[in-house]
Structures are given as C-alpha cells and as structure tokens.
Ligand binder design. Structure first.
Ligand code: FUB
Length: 301
C-alpha cells in the first residue's frame, strides 16, 4: 500500500509540474512575449513594465529561459535603450523579436513615437547584443512598432510590423538591411490592431496579432503567401475587460504548439489610472484538421 500511495503521489506531482501557472512570470511585470526555440531551450524575450509605471515605462528587455514550459529562469536584462546611441528617449522599449540565422541572433527593437525600429546582434541568445548599424533599420512612420521576423523555407526573411496596419519588407541575408520598398499591406487582416507574429505550418502561412481594441484579444489570419492576401480566420482568444492589451508569440516546442500573451492579473487595472503592469501568460494551442485554430478560454478567464 505504501508503494502504491507513493506512486500515486508522484504521479500527482508530475501532473502538477506539467501544467504552467499563469502568469508564468510573477516576480517582475513583463509584456510582449517573443519566444525563440534554440538548442531545445525556450528563450523568452520580454518587455519590462517598471514597478512605478504610470502609462508605459519601459527601458529594457528581459530574457527568461525554460526547458519544460513550467519553470522559467530569470536571465536578467538582455538589452536596453542605452544599446542604441541614436535613441533620444529613456522610455519606449516596446515589443521586440529575436530570431537566429547562421549562428547569429538578431533582436529587433521598436521605439514608438517615430523613433524607429533598431536591430541588435549577438553570437549568443543570452547576449551581449550590439548595434551593428548605428541608426534605425526602419524609420518609416509614427507606426513603426511591434516588429516580427519570419524566414521562409527558401531563406527569404520578412520583417512585419505596425499599428493599425501591417507593414512588411524583405530583409537581406545579413538581417540588418533590406531590399525593395516597404509595403503597407492592403490585405491587413480584419480586426488587426498590432503585434503581428508570422509562422508557417503545412504549407500555409499564419499571422496572429493583437485583435480588436480595447480590450485586445488575439486573432489570426491565414494566407498562401508570406505577403498575403491574408484571410481573417477568427479569434484565438477574446479580449477581456480586465485586460486592456495583448500581444501574441507562438512557437512549437517538443511537438506541441503554444501561444504566449499577457494579462493584468497581478496588478488589477484600475479604471481611473492608466497603469501598464502586465504579466506574461502561456497556453497550449490546438489546430483543427483543416489547419484552423481552436478558440480557447484563455488566461484571463
Ligand atoms: O508594450 C508596449 C506596446 O504595448 C507594444 O509594443 C504593443 O504590442 C502593446 O503590447
């Protein structure tokens, strides 16, 4: 009986360990998840809402790592506004995206208000990251926020960004310059707000994004091409009035698809003040047989 009781207890422990608890980061306020899988480890780059924030106060980007999607190791500040000599402000470290190519790691960092999107490079996903060009990679409009990079099977890399329209451009192989014109996508999917995240599965292209405003949920669209046209397919999760914003980051890890986003559940939003103190959350995703995504009751419920 003792042995049986012990194995039942251990099974319970294993089951408990297998489920992540939302928000997954509870020691700092984090937003704008940008997960990257490298060497069987999840590298989660995040924005950082400072504790005394009124509105947005964001000066650096943080890194967390995990090998089980449950336990997250705080790797500290991975980059900051100070890494860009041309950035005039001490605020505005908005939603970044890190991607690996040929053994180098590229961290695309937007600064709002027309400052632009910069790029930092490192030989390691842990950093240190350096600015190789000394100027914005993208300085196109006041809407240069939320960069997301996707590399297609033919090696062509695309940079997407923007609010309230999607912009994209083809990146060169060096990942720190681009060719051709910046395109404002005329097929910006329905309910698109910001925060694009592009991936490919079974020959179809997907774009998830912060959808509708406000509150923002997470919607998605599909296409036969990385440059659209995009067809809106629905919501992965609805917005919740307790959570103002949202921002998807989507990966497969060890054979399972996951979506990251954020809520405001550690610090409850008050209606009278605009606090941005967000907390990253995580859920498994489920595809239907036709490639569409199931709608989930997510972390804000
Ligand atoms: O975190 C600052 C901004 O809020 C991001 O760039 C948007 O995606 C929204 O999450």
């Amino acid at each position: 009986y003792k042995k049986l009781a012990l194995s039942v207890f251990m099974m319970g422990v294993i089951c408990l360990k297998a489920k992540s608890q939302n928000p997954i980061i509870q020691t700092k306020f984090t937003a704008d998840p940008a997960p990257l899988v490298h060497n069987d480890t999840v590298f989660l780059y995040t924005g950082h809402d400072e504790d005394d924030a009124f509105g947005f106060k964001m000066r650096n980007w943080l890194l967390y790592t995990s090998t089980d999607m449950v336990n997250w190791t705080d790797q500290g500040v991975v980059a900051s506004l100070k890494d860009f000599e041309w950035v005039p402000n001490d605020n505005g470290a908005w939603a970044s995206h890190c991607i690996e190519r040929n053994g180098k790691f590229y961290l695309y960092c937007p600064m709002p208000g027309g400052v632009g999107i910069g790029v930092l490079v490192s030989d390691s996903p842990y950093g240190p990251f350096k600015d190789p060009i000394g100027k914005p990679l993208i300085k196109n409009s006041d809407h240069d926020i939320d960069p997301a990079v996707f590399i297609d099977d033919d090696g062509q890399a695309y940079l997407y960004w923007g609010n309230p329209k999607v912009y994209y451009v083809k990146l060169n192989d060096d990942m720190i310059s681009y060719s051709g014109k910046i395109v404002q996508d005329s097929s910006t999917p329905d309910n698109y707000q910001e925060g694009p995240w592009v991936w490919k599965r079974k020959g179809k292209y997907y774009m998830a994004y912060a959808s509708t405003c406000c509150p923002e949920g997470i919607g998605y669209a599909m296409s036969n091409s990385p440059t659209g046209p995009w067809e809106y397919k629905g919501m992965i999760m609805e917005g919740d009035k307790r959570s103002n914003g949202n921002h998807p980051g989507i990966i497969d890890y060890r054979g399972k698809p996951y979506v990251f986003g954020f809520n405001y559940n550690i610090l409850k939003q008050t209606m009278s003040k605009h606090y941005e103190r967000r907390s990253i959350c995580l859920e498994e995703l489920t595809y239907n047989a036709d490639g569409t995504l199931q709608k989930h009751l997510f972390w804000s419920k």
